[in-house]
Design a protein around this ligand. Structure first.
Ligand SMILES: [Zn+2]
Length: 742
C-alpha cells in the first residue's frame, strides 16, 4: 500500500513537468495561454494607484445621499470609462433616515448626560470634519421618547433572555442595554422588543475591541473610550434594500409603501454608545451579578438590573428619500456577450470608510483597470465582465438590492457568477460562497503569492489553520492543503444575487492581521488604514490578484468550472448536522426532564438567590427524512456522473457547449423555492440564508434548521418536503447537463 502511495505521489508531482499545465474548464493549450494572460494581468496591478484612489475616496465622509458619495461615484465612473468600459450611474431613490435629535440621560441623584460624540484627534486628519460627519446612531431605529429602568441583557440574543428569566428578571416596560457582538446588531432591538422592552442601547465593550483587546487609537488600532460603532438595525433577515419598495426596483416615481406600513423598521428606539458613556449607566444597575460569560472589561461588577434610577432616551430622525448612485461598468465579451461575470464592492461608508469599504473597492478598481489594459492589447474577455460599485450598502444593501430587483429576470438569465468583496486587510485569505465554486477557488488560491512570505495564499492559510488548530485536529489536517470555503449568511451585497436570485456567488477578502476597533466609527480613516490595516496596499494587490484571476477564468473558460459534487456533498454534511442536532435535542430533553423529576436543580440552587427553575420540556419527535434522503442521494449520484462526463466536454461543438454552460451556471437557481422561507419570502435559496435570530450568521438548510431550532415541528416537516422538491428540480438540471454531454 505504502509503495503504491509513493509511486502515485511521484507521478502526481512529476506531472506538471511532463504534460501541459491544467486549469479546470480550459481545454488543452488554452490553459497555458490563460496562465500567461494572468501573468500579464499581474503586471498591471499597482499598489500606489490603490493608495492614490483611496486618498480621494476617503477624503470626506461619503455615506449614501452625501455630496461626497455622489462625487465618488462620478470619480470612479470616469476612471472605468477611461479604462474602456461602457459605464453608467444607476440611480435609485431610497428611504434613508439621519438623526435630528439624540439624547440619553441617567436621571436621579447622580445624573449623567451621554456625550454621544467622538473626539477629534490630531493624529487622524479627517476626524475633524464635523459639518459633514454622520453622528453616531442606528439607522432605521424608531423615533421615540422613553423613560424607564435599565436592564443589562448581555449580547441580547434569545438565549440571554432565557438566562434572565432564570434570574427572575423581565425587560417588559424597561430599556435594555446590550453589548455589541454575538449577533448582527439589528437582532438585539428586535429580540428586546419581542420581550416587551421599550428602548435599546447598544455599546462597544472594551473587552471586545477596546483597551482589553489592545492599545487604543491613536497609540494602537483599537477603539478609544468615546469611539462608537454606527450601523443599521433594519430587520434585514426579513428583506434588505429600500424598505419602501420590497421586491422591486425603487426607480424614480415608483409606488412606495407608506412608512407606517413598513414592517422592517425597528419598533423601538435604539442608540449605539461608547464604553465611556456606557460606564455610568452600567454602574447604576442593581440586582444579581451576571454570569461570568456576560462580564466585559469595564472596572465594575456587572449586574443584570434593573437600575435604581431611570434612564431617558430621546430620538428623532429625518425620514428622507435620498438618491443613490451605483456605478455599473461593462465590457462586452467577444464570444459570449450574453453571459456575464459580475464583480462588486460597495463605495458608501458610514463616514470616511477606508477599511470598510474602500480597501476592497480600490482592489476591484485595480482589477478592472488591468483587464482594460489587457483588452487594449487585444486580450478582451470571452464573456462580458461587469464591475459594480454599490451605493447605500451600509444602511441596508440598498444599491445592490434595488439594482438586482430592477433587473432580476435578465440577471437570472445571463449571470454566470457574482464575486463580492467588502473591505480588506493584512492576513489570510477568507472565502465564503457557493460550494460549487470551492474546487475552483482552491485552484485560484494556489497561484496567488502571499505578499509577506512568498508561498501561495492557499499554503499560508493552511499553515495558519494548522498552527491554530487544537492538537487533536492537527493530525487530521496535516498534509491536506485543501481549503473548505464557508457558507454565506448576510451582511454584504452578495445577498440579493445569491439568496434572492440563486446566482452562484462568493465573498472574498484577506484579514486576521489587521484587527482594530475603528469599525463604523469616524476613525475608519486613511490614516488608520495605512498605519494598521494594510500598509503599502500589499494585500490590496493580493485581493486584486485573487478576484481578478477568478474573473478572468470565469470569463474565458471553455466549460464553466462548477463542481456540483462538492455542493451536493456539502448539502449532505448539512443534513447530517441537522439529524445529529435533532437526536441531541431529544437526548438532552429526556435527561433534563429526568433531572427535574429528581429535583436536582431545586436542591442544587442557592436558596437565597431565588432562581427560577427549569420547566419540563415536551418530548422531541422523530422526523420523516426518507424522501429527502432519497432525493439527495439521487442528486449526489447525478453530480458524480456529471463530473466524470465532463471529461468529454472538449468534444462538444460550439452550440452544445453554449447550452452546457448555460445549464451549469443556472443549476443553482433550481435550489430556490418560489414561496421563499417562512415569514420572509424574499429569501428563496433553500440551502443558504442569514439566520432569523442571528442576522449575519448563516443558517444552512435554513427552513428545516430554524424549524427544528425553534421546536416548530410541523413547520420543520413542511420545509423537509419543500427541500425535497427543490433537490428534485436541481437533479433534473444536472441530468440535463449530463444529457448534453452524452
Ligand atoms: Zn462594508
Amino acid at each position: 500500500m505504502r509503495i503504491i502511495y509513493i509511486l502515485f505521489s511521484l507521478f502526481i508531482f512529476a506531472l506538471p513537468a511532463l504534460a501541459q499545465q491544467k486549469i479546470a474548464g480550459f481545454f488543452g493549450e488554452r490553459a497555458t495561454s490563460q496562465l500567461e494572460l494572468e501573468k500579464k494581468f499581474d503586471r498591471f496591478l499597482n499598489a500606489s494607484d490603490q493608495d492614490k484612489w483611496m486618498q480621494f475616496l476617503t477624503g470626506k465622509p461619503h455615506h449614501v445621499g452625501s455630496p461626497q458619495g455622489k462625487a465618488n461615484a462620478q470619480y470612479m465612473a470616469a476612471l472605468f470609462k477611461q479604462w474602456g468600459y461602457e459605464t453608467e450611474l444607476a440611480e435609485y431613490h431610497v428611504l434613508f433616515p439621519t438623526p435630528k435629535l439624540r439624547s440619553l440621560e441617567l436621571l436621579g441623584k447622580q445624573p449623567y448626560r451621554a456625550k454621544l460624540e467622538e473626539p477629534i484627534l490630531n493624529e487622524d486628519r479627517t476626524s475633524g470634519q464635523r459639518d459633514q460627519q454622520l453622528p453616531s446612531y442606528n439607522a432605521y431605529s424608531a423615533d421615540g421618547d422613553v423613560t424607564a429602568e435599565l436592564v443589562f441583557v448581555n449580547r441580547g440574543i434569545p438565549a440571554d433572555y432565557e438566562e434572565l428569566e432564570r434570574m427572575g428578571i423581565s425587560v417588559k416596560g424597561k430599556i435594555v442595554i446590550a453589548k455589541y457582538g454575538g449577533s448582527w446588531r439589528g437582532i438585539k432591538p428586535k429580540v428586546a422588543a419581542e420581550h416587551g422592552a421599550i428602548g435599546c442601547i447598544i455599546y462597544s465593550d472594551p473587552k471586545d475591541d477596546g483597551y482589553v483587546a489592545g492599545d487604543v487609537y491613536p497609540e494602537g488600532p483599537f477603539r478609544p473610550g468615546q469611539g462608537v460603532q454606527r450601523g443599521s438595525v433594519m430587520d434585514m433577515p426579513v428583506y434588505p434594500g429600500d424598505p419602501g419598495t420590497p421586491g422591486y426596483g425603487s426607480v424614480k416615481g415608483v409606488k412606495r409603501l407608506d412608512r407606517s406600513e413598513i414592517k422592517t423598521i425597528m419598533k423601538i428606539p435604539v442608540l449605539p454608545i461608547s464604553y465611556e458613556d456606557a460606564l455610568p449607566l452600567l454602574k447604576s444597575l442593581q440586582g444579581p451579578v451576571v454570569p461570568e460569560a456576560w462580564r466585559g472589561g469595564l472596572p465594575i461588577t456587572y449586574h443584570a438590573g434593573p437600575s435604581k434610577e431611570k434612564v431617558r432616551l430621546q430620538l428623532q430622525f429625518n425620514w428622507d428619500i435620498v438618491p443613490l448612485y451605483n456605478v455599473i461598468a461593462k465590457m462586452k465579451g467577444t464570444d459570449f456577450p450574453d453571459q456575464w461575470v459580475i464583480r462588486g464592492n460597495h463605495h458608501d461608508g458610514w463616514n470616511n470608510g477606508a477599511a470598510d469599504p474602500i480597501s476592497g473597492m480600490v482592489a476591484e478598481m485595480d482589477e478592472a483597470r488591468a483587464i482594460g489594459e489587457l483588452a487594449k492589447q487585444g486580450f478582451k474577455p470571452r464573456r462580458t465582465v461587469v464591475f459594480c460599485a454599490w451605493d447605500g450598502e451600509e444602511p441596508a444593501l440598498l444599491g445592490s438590492t434595488e439594482w438586482v430587483e430592477d433587473h432580476a429576470a435578465e440577471l437570472q438569465q445571463k449571470t454566470v457568477a457574482y464575486l463580492n468583496s467588502d473591505g480588506n486587510s493584512r492576513g489570510y485569505l477568507g472565502i465564503g460562497g457557493s460550494h460549487a465554486l470551492e474546487g475552483f477557488f482552491n485552484e485560484v488560491a494556489a497561484t496567488v503569492p502571499d505578499p509577506q512570505t512568498g508561498v501561495s495564499v492557499l499554503e499560508r492559510r493552511y499553515a495558519r489553520g494548522l498552527a491554530t488548530a487544537d492538537k487533536g485536529a492537527r493530525q487530521k489536517m496535516f498534509g491536506n492543503q485543501y481549503m473548505k470555503i464557508g457558507a454565506l449568511g448576510a451582511g454584504s451585497d452578495y445577498s440579493p444575487f445569491f439568496q434572492h436570485l440563486g446566482i452562484p456567488s462568493a465573498n472574498i477578502g484577506y484579514g486576521g492581521e489587521g484587527d482594530g476597533g475603528e469599525y463604523h466609527s469616524i476613525y475608519d480613516s486613511y490614516d488608520h488604514f495605512t498605519r494598521f490595516k494594510d500598509p503599502g496596499f500589499q494585500y490590496g494587490v493580493a485581493l486584486a490578484q485573487t478576484a481578478g484571476r477568478a474573473m478572468l477564468r470565469l470569463a474565458n473558460a471553455d466549460v464553466l468550472p462548477f463542481d456540483y459534487s462538492i455542493l451536493s456533498n456539502t448539502i449532505n454534511e448539512y443534513l447530517g448536522e441537522l439529524k445529529g442536532m435533532l437526536d441531541q435535542m431529544r437526548t438532552d430533553a429526556e435527561l433534563e426532564n429526568k433531572l427535574i423529576k429528581a429535583r436536582v436543580f431545586a436542591l442544587a440552587a442557592d436558596p437565597q438567590k431565588r432562581l427560577t427553575l427549569p420547566k419540563e420540556q415536551s418530548p422531541v419527535p422523530f422526523m420523516e427524512f426518507s424522501q429527502l434522503d432519497n432525493a439527495l442521494s439521487a442528486v449526489r449520484t447525478s453530480a458524480a456522473s456529471l463530473k466524470s462526463a465532463m471529461q468529454e466536454a472538449s468534444k462538444l461543438d460550439a452550440s452544445q457547449l453554449l447550452k452546457l454552460n448555460a445549464c451549469l451556471y443556472q443549476a443553482e437557481q433550481k435550489l430556490l423555492s418560489e414561496q421563499g422561507l417562512p415569514r420572509r419570502p424574499w429569501y428563496r435559496h433553500q440551502v443558504y440564508a442569514p439566520g432569523f435570530y442571528t442576522g449575519y450568521g448563516v443558517k444552512t438548510l435554513p427552513g428545516v434548521r430554524e424549524g427544528l431550532e425553534e421546536r416548530n415541528w410541523s413547520e420543520a416537516q413542511e420545509r423537509i418536503v419543500i427541500l425535497t422538491k427543490v433537490l428534485g428540480s436541481f437533479n433534473t438540471a444536472l441530468q440535463e447537463a449530463i444529457g448534453i454531454l452524452k
